[in-house]
Write a protein that binds this ligand. Structure first.
Ligand SMILES: C[S@@+](CC[C@H](N)C(=O)[O-])C[C@H]1O[C@@H](n2cnc3c(N)ncnc32)[C@H](O)[C@@H]1O
Length: 776
């Protein structure tokens, strides 16, 4: 009987590693799932499991009816339901590694969008893949390998949890990937981002991480230390980059929150820095893997161009047919001739210009028509990437566009997924999902060993090792980092050189060095010597080596100014919630141990803003300190004629700033009512509210000063009511399991203004129902 009772009263925490609920989690972890771990690591996991169970008990049993309907209406309800249940903390046993295919809708296989804010399906439509596309945008490894040892590590390091992918931020991202960009594996990318966001803020997905670059670095450092492959970690960073692109280009953030928008843009730069740190390790790993499995072939740049050379005669013959007197139109070509033109041009992009397949899939008619004339040819801007084409190549592309493409589009007999906006169109008039397949077909046609886009990139990267660092960076920037090159032809000439087209290396090199502009020089410096909070700037010799002597000074100044910004940002992150004084900022600066490039306290103060997200207020160490010490600044008490005392400001407060706390002794609602009934004066100093568990509670501040801070003045208890002129409002937070009512400025408040808040029309928040508050 006793054991039965203890069974019922026992808390069955979930083991995050094996997903079982053992009788004793610590014992289980020690003996089974984490037997090689330290006690501290085990305790950390137990703590997390307790938190998770409490969260589950609190929220896991509630489901929105609307959400269930959305899930059931989605293209793949089973996968969506599983994802949702898992995000709520439920465990699905015997989950097959491949889910059964969803039954196809008889009405439509196209994801429906039902107006603003509607979620698109989180699953790709279950279309059978034609041989023209596999739908993969990038070379996916099929997601991280969640072996049990990797999972243990991920759990230990707090990297395992994720937010629900139905959160609007993530659902919007998924819609962007899946619907706008056509990524078939959008869900995997979204889940990766969801894990990242959870690490940055377990409470809910948000964008505050863009202001916490150091924490982001920490995340990637910790991730790199796990058993995940470098390639997987790099893919995580790519997913994050896609997420940032979505935020920057496809949300209203630019208008709704310009400051955050700017921070997002700056964050992109930091992310490039983080990625560049990884890319070397990734390519080393890939090379190592190739030789490890004995399947590696060393591909040289000339091998990449072999297929273009082999196909050139045939290709040129088709091109000739469409030109000059007696030229034929595209519809008079054979299907194979049209395909040859298409495949050849795709190969030009991927193997000659060493661009990723994404350029082929994303290049639009608008991009083509908006191409700009530059010296030696034209430049097509595909998003932020510049694709340089010689005059001859432009002619080929133009013939394809005017003669071949329209015939391809007509081949789409069903009218489904017509690729009207895409520049490259498959033979059945649809978007091209996987240009790598086309590349393979071209190689097969000419009986050549297949060279992939990745092979080409690695081949050029390996060949680039013999170039000067400046040239190498120009080529890398153009090809591996996918960033806008200031001089696309310069990059191309470096690639030509790598492919053995331009043997006079030295003259070419010096030409490169003199033509690299300031921006490129700085980006190079930043890639190799990322701006950090602590470190000194790169030494002059290193700067000269990376940026050239003419740019080293400019790059030095810019590096320092970026570091200064980073430090200012760091300081601002520290002083969230309530505005610090200049001397306080100075003192904090002194403690950082920065000997040079130290931000001025006055400049930081000028930039100070309350945190954009109110729920983060309580995370601010500064606010925590104020709550503990009750040393609220900038306030005074004065009598208001005929109304008793009121609280006035001695300095301006900004909207969103924490002003002070309604501080007192926490008592039950019943006790509060009892105190209120003893005197109306006492009733005036009680704050009734509902806690996070929806229980009615009361803060009793009828004593002038509290027991915990007998010498401190309690401003909160003296703030008067006004519904019309209220300039602050109370908000409930929880700090160390204690309810805290903070007053937050709801507008900018000038100095010498009275603080007022709305006690609440139902008077619940002030003195309970039914009390006579005739002045209200
Ligand atoms: C929190 S105290 C405010 C400080 C109060 N004036 C004092 O001197 O102690 C709340 C009490 O102040 C009075 N009070 C609050 N707001 C008021 C207002 N707008 N006009 C007049 N009296 C007000 C009511 O008596 C109420 O019970």
């Amino acid at each position: 009987m006793a054991s039965k009772q203890s069974f019922h009263s026992r808390m069955f925490f979930l083991c995050p590693v094996c997903k079982k609920a053992p009788h004793s989690l610590p014992g289980h972890l020690r003996k089974v799932c984490m037997r090689n771990s330290t006690e501290a690591e085990i305790q950390a996991v137990v703590k997390e499991a307790k938190k998770e169970l409490s969260e589950f008990c609190h929220k896991g049993r509630f489901w929105e009816f609307g959400k269930i309907c959305d899930i059931l209406d989605s293209t793949n309800p089973l996968a969506r339901m599983i994802a949702e249940m898992q995000s709520k903390g439920l465990v699905i046993n015997n989950l097959p590694s491949v889910l059964p295919e969803p039954a196809r809708s008889t009405t439509s296989s196209v994801p429906q969008s039902s107006g603003e804010g509607a979620e698109s399906s989180l699953e790709p439509p279950n279309e059978s893949l034609s041989d023209e596309s596999s739908g993969e945008y990038y070379q996916s490894t099929g997601g991280p390998m969640w072996t049990s040892s990797v999972r243990v590590e991920m759990v230990k390091k707090g990297l395992y949890n994720k937010h629900s992918i139905d959160h609007p931020l993530l659902a919007g991202f998924n819609k962007y990937l899946y619907t706008d960009l056509g990524y078939k594996n959008s869900k995997q990318v979204v889940e990766t981002v969801s894990r990242f966001l959870h690490y940055m803020d377990p409470t809910e997905p948000n964008l505050m991480f863009v202001r916490r670059v150091e924490k982001v670095r920490e995340y990637f450092n910790i991730l790199s230390d796990t058993k995940l492959s470098k390639w997987t970690v790099f893919n995580y960073s790519k997913s994050l980059k896609r997420f940032m692109k979505y935020i920057i280009t496809s949300t209203d953030i630019r208008h709704n929150n310009p400051a955050l928008f700017q921070d997002c843009e700056s964050f992109m730069d930091a992310l490039y820095g983080i990625q560049s740190g990884m890319s070397k390790e990734v390519s080393m790993e890939v090379t190592a893997k190739k030789s490890e499995f004995g399947c590696g072939k060393e591909v040289l740049p000339k091998d990449c161009l072999a297929v273009l050379e082999a196909a050139f005669k045939d290709f040129q013959a088709v091109i000739c047919k469409m030109q000059g007197p007696g030229a034929i139109t595209g519809d008079c070509l054979t299907k194979n001739e049209r395909l040859l033109v298409l495949y050849y041009l795709e190969a030009v992009i991927m193997l000659k210009l060493v661009q990723r397949p994404g350029i082929v899939t994303h290049m639009t008619v608008e991009d083509w028509e908006g191409r700009s004339r530059i010296e030696n040819g034209v430049c097509v801007a595909v998003k932020e990437h510049k694709v340089p084409l010689s005059h001859e190549q432009e002619l080929w592309f133009d013939l394809y566009f005017n003669e071949v493409r329209p015939v391809m589009l007509q081949e789409n007999r069903t009218g489904d997924d017509v690729a009207v906006d895409s520049f490259f169109v498959s033979s059945s008039g649809r978007s091209i999902y996987n240009p790598s397949n086309d590349l393979k077909r071209l190689h097969d046609k000419y009986s050549l060993p297949s060279v992939t886009c990745g092979d080409a990139q690695r081949a050029f990267e390996a060949a680039a090792q013999n170039l000067s660092e400046v040239e190498r960076n120009v080529a890398a920037e153009r090809n591996y980092m996918r960033r806008t090159s200031s001089d696309p032809f310069l990059a191309l000439s470096v690639l030509d050189q790598l492919a053995g087209k331009t043997p006079q290396r030295s003259s070419r090199a010096s030409c490169c060095e003199t033509r690299v502009d300031e921006q490129t020089a700085y980006k190079t410096l930043e890639q190799f010597c990322p701006v950090t909070l602590e470190g000194p700037p790169p030494k002059r010799s290193r700067r000269t080596e990376l940026c050239g002597s003419e740019h080293e000074r400019h790059c030095y100044d810019r590096w320092r100014s970026e570091q200064l910004k980073l430090r200012e940002q760091h300081a601002l992150e520290h002083f969230t919630g309530q505005q610090p004084s200049e001397s306080k900022i100075s003192r904090w600066m002194d403690k950082q141990g920065w000997t040079s490039n130290v931000p001025q306290a006055a400049v930081v103060l000028k930039q100070w803003k309350p945190v954009a997200r109110l729920d983060l207020v309580i995370d601010s160490s500064f606010v925590k300190k104020m709550i503990l010490s009750q040393r609220w600044k900038g306030l005074t008490v004065r009598p208001v004629p005929d109304k008793g005392d009121g609280v006035f400001t001695k300095r301006p407060f900004q909207i969103g700033e924490v002003v002070c706390e309604y501080h007192g002794e926490l008592v039950s609602h019943e006790d509060g009512m009892a105190i209120a009934s003893t005197s109306s004066i006492r009733a005036g100093h009680l704050f009734f509210y509902r806690n996070k568990q929806h229980e009615a509670m009361c803060i009793d501040a009828h004593e002038e000063s509290c027991q915990c801070h007998p010498m401190k003045f309690n401003y909160g208890r003296l703030i008067r009511h006004s519904s019309k002129r209220a300039n602050i409002r109370p908000r409930l937070y929880v700090l160390n399991d204690r309810d805290i009512i903070l007053f937050i400025a709801t507008k900018d408040i000038s100095s010498d203004e009275e603080l007022l808040y709305d006690y609440g029309s139902k008077r619940r928040s002030f003195a309970g129902k039914g009390l006579e508050l005739d002045w209200m």
